[in-house]
Design a protein around this ligand. Structure first.
Ligand code: ZN
Ligand code: ZN
Length: 225
């Protein structure tokens, strides 16, 4: 058994108990696993940003005052800090097409999505047709598939973003919303899943379109923040 991240052999120093009760679930060796930092301390109750004390961060306060996006997203929960280790991991999954890595957040996603499974529709943030062609798969769908989590991928479609719009993506109103609804909803809560929460613009744009098509409460879960 080799670590999916560093390719180091993991069998040598562990006993049978480890093998059956811990290691089988974890495709990373202890050294690599320790590089991933859980967002567990106090933080923004809306977006998971780490803060000195619990509260609502300045970004989320601005979103709350934004007439277009204020009701779009109830909250975002991110699992890990977007540090160099996570950056590299997501790069390998997303751009190098290392599909095996998609299984590495199985446990985290299963635990986090469990409370929503019955009532909410779980759906990955879609990638555009061009990206899909380029990468061969949607990394978020891959994460969910490897975790054996049932999801719906026919809620949203994503159009390609013009290069100009991409440059200005920090500006939440610049550029058109790249998402479009595929079907109408009837008040069902939705959980959007994505690999990263960066400025929160992408997720809120997706949430806003879902809201307009009739979704109930919308939350999001991302691997990194
Ligand atoms: Zn390793
Ligand atoms: Zn926040």
């Amino acid at each position: 058994m080799r670590c999916l991240y560093c390719n180091g052999v993991m069998l040598e120093e562990i006993g049978w108990t480890d093998l059956f009760f811990k290691r089988v679930e974890d495709p990373f060796c202890d050294v690599c696993r320790a590089e991933l930092i859980r967002l567990e301390g106090p933080g923004c109750t809306v977006c998971s940003r780490g803060m000195e004390t619990e509260g609502i961060c300045s970004d989320c306060n601005s979103w709350a005052e934004d007439p277009v996006f204020q009701d779009a997203l109830i909250s975002n929960h991110s699992i890990y800090a977007y540090n160099p280790a996570l950056k590299e991991l997501i790069k390998r999954l997303k751009y190098n097409g290392d599909y095996a890595l998609a299984g590495c957040f199985r446990k985290e996603l299963t635990d986090l999505l469990k409370p929503f499974k019955k009532e909410a529709i779980l759906t990955p943030v879609p990638v555009s047709a061009d990206r899909l062609k380029e990468r061969g798969f949607n990394q978020t769908e891959a994460l969910l598939e490897c975790a054996g989590i049932k999801y719906e991928h026919l809620l949203l479609r994503r159009n390609g973003e013009a290069a100009q719009a991409k440059k200005l993506k920090r500006d939440r109103h610049r550029g058109e919303n790249p998402f479009a609804a595929i079907r109408a909803l009837d008040g069902e809560p939705v959980v959007l899943i994505d690999d990263l929460y960066t400025t929160g613009t992408t997720i809120r744009r997706a949430a806003q379109v879902l809201k307009e098509s009739g979704a109930g409460e919308i939350r999001s879960i991302t691997i990194g923040r």
